[in-house]
Design a binder for this molecule. Structure first.
Ligand SMILES: Cc1cc2nc3c(=O)[nH]c(=O)nc-3n(C[C@H](O)[C@H](O)[C@H](O)COP(=O)(O)OP(=O)(O)OC[C@H]3O[C@@H](n4cnc5c(N)ncnc54)[C@H](O)[C@@H]3O)c2cc1C
Length: 367
């Protein structure tokens, strides 16, 4: 067990960086460094903002389940509703109905519903496009900006420092480690790598082995629809080839694309937006012809799609907090709690954190 108050530099001001910095700020001296002028400029500011307990692999689901409790505690503490119930409807054409039944049999939070009930919930669905439907009523919409802000407040309340507009460009490992951005330097006992798509780039600066992170671009567009339609469930295709949802006059849609990218400020490609529109038009009566906005972000996965949390045995002063993929918001609070226990040298599961085997998330699982 690592005792005493340590100086920790966290690199990255997305949800990963602020959440673990917030947790650690209670008993460590924190400096969080973000390359952009605004925090959450990259993936965190570009998500679909949904929490789906049945989404992702077993590790992601465990972390999401624990997060739901932490979301509730955080909502109460900061007097803000971070989660709002939102149902998820998954639909399938005749050729995919068996595939949907198979998904439902493996997802305890979902159940099949009569297709007529799907049309009642979403009167804009094309009748001939839906042969089977299932629902998950345990999902939520997340207030991502407020969640992020609760951690920023926590860091500040505990005397932590947030430095914006400084891109870390060198890390000299050692005791202490020296983190630099241009002429400025920060000495610390531990570096936390929460750099999202840039996780392997930051590791290389510290002469640490990469884990093989894959930044995968995903696109979202929005367009206006009749506000009287209110807020429908999020609707997913089978397989996950598109999703869309209505929110009081705005339809948000995605082709659920996963295009390998370099770490960068991701931009939407016209072809992906067109694909998303076509998919939504195929299963609805909206007949979308134009959009209001489109954006893209990088969902960054480790090769096995589980997060990367911990230090390699031979690199003890470099702590990975990467590979949040498409679940970094929904499992964010649980993952930050888990990571903070590991930084403190504690066994997370013995302290009420998510029931996740340390070896399954450790960077040591990669060569
Ligand atoms: C279209 C889309 C939809 C999504 N929908 C959902 C969803 O509904 N639910 C969900 O849970 N998740 C969703 N996600 C995934 C979720 O957004 C991510 O898992 C999460 O935001 C990752 O957070 P992060 O902090 O790791 O990355 P980021 O938010 O990208 O933060 C990393 C930060 O590190 C900084 N950085 C990098 N290098 C340096 C350096 N050298 N020096 C200083 N700073 C540096 C970057 O500037 C950046 O701000 C979605 C993602 C996308 C793209």
């Amino acid at each position: 067990m690592v005792s005493g108050r340590r100086r920790v530099v966290v690199i990255g001001g997305g949800i990963a960086g602020v959440s673990i910095a917030g947790e650690l700020s209670h008993n460590h001296d924190i400096v969080l460094i973000e390359a952009e002028e605004t925090l959450a400029h990259h993936t965190t500011g570009r998500s679909a903002a949904v929490l789906l307990p049945g989404y992702g692999n077993k590790i992601v689901r465990e972390l999401t389940q624990r997060s739901i409790t932490l979301y509730e505690e955080r909502s109460e503490k900061y007097e803000v509703e971070l989660l709002e119930p939102r149902a998820f409807l998954q639909i399938a054409g005749a050729d995919r109905a068996d595939a949907l039944r198979d998904i439902v049999s493996k997802t305890p939070t979902m159940h099949m519903i009569d297709v007529e009930d799907a049309f009642t919930l979403c009167p804009y669905l094309q009748r001939d496009a839906v042969a089977a439907a299932a629902i998950d009523e345990t999902g939520s919409a997340i207030d991502v900006a407020s969640l992020h802000q609760t951690y920023v407040r926590e860091i500040a309340a505990n005397g932590g420092v947030i430095v914006k507009n400084k891109r870390v460009d060198a890390i000299a490992p050692g005791n202490p480690c020296v983190v630099s951005s241009g002429d400025e330097t920060w000495e610390c006992d531990l570096v936390v790598n929460a750099a999202g798509a840039w996780g392997d780039v930051v590791a290389a600066m510290a002469n640490c082995k990469p884990v093989g992170l894959m930044p995968l671009r995903r696109t979202i567009f929005t367009t206006k629809v009749d506000p009287a339609l209110g807020r429908g469930p999020m609707v997913f295709g089978t397989p996950e080839a598109y999703y869309f949802g209505l929110d009081h006059g705005v339809l948000l849609g995605s082709p659920a694309d996963e295009t390998l990218s370099e770490p960068c400020d991701a931009r939407p490609e016209e072809i992906d937006v067109a694909q998303a529109i076509e998919s939504v038009n195929e299963v609805t009566t909206f007949n979308i012809r134009s959009i209001d906005t489109a954006w893209a972000g990088l969902r960054t996965f480790a090769p096995d799609r589980s997060p990367v949390v911990g230090s390699r045995s031979d690199e003890p002063n470099f702590f990975w907090f990467c590979g949040q993929g498409g679940y970094g918001i929904q499992m964010g609070p649980g993952l930050a709690e888990y990571g903070a226990f590991l930084v403190r040298g504690q066994v997370p599961v013995e302290h009420g954190a998510a029931q996740v085997d340390v070896d399954r998330v450790s960077p040591n699982r990669f060569p």
